[in-house]
Design a protein around this ligand. Structure first.
Ligand SMILES: Cc1cc2nc3c(=O)[nH]c(=O)nc-3n(C[C@H](O)[C@H](O)[C@H](O)COP(=O)(O)OP(=O)(O)OC[C@H]3O[C@@H](n4cnc5c(N)ncnc54)[C@H](O)[C@@H]3O)c2cc1C
Length: 64
């Protein structure tokens, strides 16, 4: 599953699914698949994009 930088889940065509967010191990961010994963990066990535997703979900009208 792919997301944009604010954790918004994208369709296979790359469009945003409004109101659906993902972060952490269930989301593909820096490493788009298992082949790109580098051991030890997940906690940083999960907290960084998790924070961005939370901020966007809490105030979408200010950050959209
Ligand atoms: C042995 C091991 C070592 C690792 N070492 C590192 C490391 O050194 N550095 C690093 O960056 N990453 C490491 N990782 C990877 C990292 O720990 C995970 O990628 C990260 O914890 C994923 O975080 P998450 O919040 O996405 O998911 P999780 O931490 O899996 O959290 C998901 C949560 O959702 C809950 N849940 C599941 N289903 C439901 C449900 N239906 N309803 C409500 N709650 C639900 C679960 O109980 C859990 O608390 C390691 C992983 C393992 C297994």
């Amino acid at each position: 599953m792919a997301c944009d930088v604010d954790g918004r889940v994208l369709t296979e065509e790359g469009t945003v699914i409004d109101g659906l967010y993902a972060a952490g191990a269930c989301a593909a961010n820096i490493a788009q698949d298992g082949a790109g994963y580098s051991s030890g990066t997940q906690l940083g990535e999960g907290s960084y994009f998790g924070r961005r997703a939370g901020r966007h979900a809490a105030a979408p009208r200010f950050l959209a």
